[in-house]
Design a protein around this ligand. Structure first.
Ligand SMILES: Nc1ncnc2c1ncn2[C@@H]1O[C@H](COP(=O)(O)OP(=O)(O)OP(=O)(O)O)[C@@H](O)[C@H]1O
Ligand SMILES: [Mg+2]
Length: 151
């Protein structure tokens, strides 16, 4: 499924709708160029899950944790992290936490730790706005996309 957003507010709103559909064990990989809206989408997503925490780019922290009434949101940014370095970040614990939802920017280096059934979002720049392509890698993530489409 492809969605285009013309403004930051639209990307936030899309993130909010996506967040409402997520639950524990879900993994969302956000793949896209610098400034394509990964953190913006995550900000909306955390809101949709009911979190009041401030969502900031975890580029230097690698991982940030936000709380929502039911879930923990693990927000990772693996920009410039190599596959070897991912061992110490805690991805294994994050993805095996029943209360945990993982959102990963620049996800390539963590490939070994994600479940097969994960939601991939590929973001790219348009002349005016952003394009977000949603790819479901299994039945759970495809169901999320279906619901997102009819919302
Ligand atoms: N349609 C749009 N959707 C999202 N962001 C937009 C849009 N139009 C403009 N922007 C702007 O683009 C920027 C996107 O930044 P953001 O930090 O979300 O990107 P990112 O993909 O996380 O970048 P990085 O690769 O550095 O982590 C924001 O400043 C936002 O205001
Ligand atoms: Mg970012």
């Amino acid at each position: 499924m492809v969605v285009t957003t013309k403004t930051e507010a639209q990307t936030l709103a899309l993130g909010r709708r996506l967040g409402r559909l997520l639950k524990g064990y879900d993994v969302v990989c956000l793949d896209g160029d610098l400034g394509s809206g990964k953190t913006t989408l995550t900000r909306g997503l955390a809101k949709g899950l009911g979190s009041c925490n401030r969502v900031a780019s975890p580029t230097f922290a690698l991982a940030r944790i936000y709380r929502s009434p039911r879930w923990l949101i693990y927000h990772l940014d693996l920009y410039r992290v190599s596959a070897d370095q991912t061992r110490d970040i805690g991805l294994e614990e994050f993805t095996s936490d029943p209360r945990g939802i993982c959102v990963v920017e620049w996800p390539q280096a963590g490939e070994a730790y994600y479940p097969k059934d994960r939601l991939e979002v590929r973001l790219s720049h348009l002349k005016c706005g952003r394009k977000l392509r949603f790819i479901g890698k299994g039945p759970r993530s495809r169901a999320i996309i279906r619901r997102l489409g009819v919302n």
